[in-house]
Design a protein around this ligand. Structure first.
Ligand code: ZN
Length: 320
């Protein structure tokens, strides 16, 4: 069986080489021709590979082995950094991820350096990675065996490499000064992907390192002990509830803002605050408020530019 897999892998590699151009290469010649939309559409055509019944029947052996974790991801996309929606793709409540297996290349630190910024919400935006301090030109390596899915300049990431692994994870390496691999290339754990740098949204040389599962960024510190430079665990159970309460930073931020807003309303609701400002609480209407504060609906409407029929919002401030 092992021999068969080996032969199929070789066939697969040969297949990739033969087909490298149509599957993996963006058509950079189209860049800057003035017709960007058309050019992008063409690039999308040639770089997005969708596994479907048709191409599986065409070449059942090679296609099955073509991309790491092909059973989890429906597409292989060398253009977009994150085309996968976790909530659409994740089936069930939890999954146990085995990070390394006997016989594979194990884990390598992408760069052995100190953390300069952690996973979490930064002042205005989510930070879905862990920043590791380095000098421009330092070598950045692949964390596990895998295949390069994307290798190009990508918005805030700057020069960026994304590698898909057999364990289902994708790792992201951002702000590189130089990319030394291309999409479709097989890499072993520890293989050099590029040189560290300061490209994209970056202030000072560092590596922005992410681990994602089906598009959802996870906190790399849950996996990696940065002091020891090794994995904390070899199996990791990811629960949907962890994503909702810990990893989905944007959703968490919105929930937090809403909760803060509500707690302010709760604290003040129904009370007359400084300057005669009243915060609408559950069950309020203009008639009730007017009666409670010895005024009239007409007077409240005039002061607040409201109509007697205006629907009041919870937490809304009105002058009494
Ligand atoms: Zn970062």
């Amino acid at each position: 069986m092992k021999k068969l897999i080996y032969i199929l892998s070789i066939t697969c590699i040969a297949f990739i080489h033969v087909n490298a151009t149509p599957f993996f290469k963006g058509d950079d010649k189209n860049k800057g021709t003035g017709d960007d939309k058309k050019a992008r559409a063409k690039r999308d055509d040639t770089t997005k590979f969708v596994l479907n019944e048709e191409n599986l029947t065409e070449n059942p052996d090679t296609t099955q082995l073509l991309f790491p974790s092909h059973d989890l991801y429906a597409t292989w996309d060398t253009v977009s950094a994150h085309p996968y929606n976790f909530y659409d793709c994740f089936v069930g409540d939890s999954v146990t991820i085995t990070l390394t297996n006997e016989g594979d290349g194990g884990f390598s630190m992408p760069f052995k350096g100190g953390i300069t910024s952690e996973f979490g919400w930064r002042r205005y935006r989510p930070h879905y990675g862990t920043d590791i301090g380095l000098q421009t030109g330092d070598q950045v390596v692949a964390s596990f065996d895998g295949m390069v899915r994307m290798a190009k300049y990508y918005y805030g990431y700057g020069n960026c490499v994304i590698v898909r692994h057999n364990n289902g994870l994708e790792t992201v390496y951002g702000h590189l000064s130089k990319i030394l691999v291309e999409a479709g290339q097989k890499v072993s754990s520890g293989a050099i992907l590029g040189l560290g740098g300061n490209t994209g949204r970056s202030f000072g040389s560092h590596l922005h390192f992410e681990m994602r599962y089906l598009g959802q960024a996870l906190d790399t510190e849950d996996f990696v002990d940065y002091t020891k430079g090794e994995l904390k665990c070899n199996t990791f159970t990811l629960r949907k509830s962890d994503v909702e309460t810990k990893y989905d930073l944007r959703a968490l931020h919105h929930r937090h803002r809403r909760d803060v807003g509500l707690s302010r309303v709760d604290k003040n609701a129904g009370k007359l605050a400084k300057g005669g400002v009243y915060f609408i609480r559950q069950g309020d209407n203009l008639g009730k408020i007017a009666l409670r504060h010895g005024t009239t609906v007409n007077s409240l409407c005039k002061k607040n530019g409201l109509k007697p029929t205006t629907v009041l919002r919870l937490g809304q401030r009105i002058k009494i």
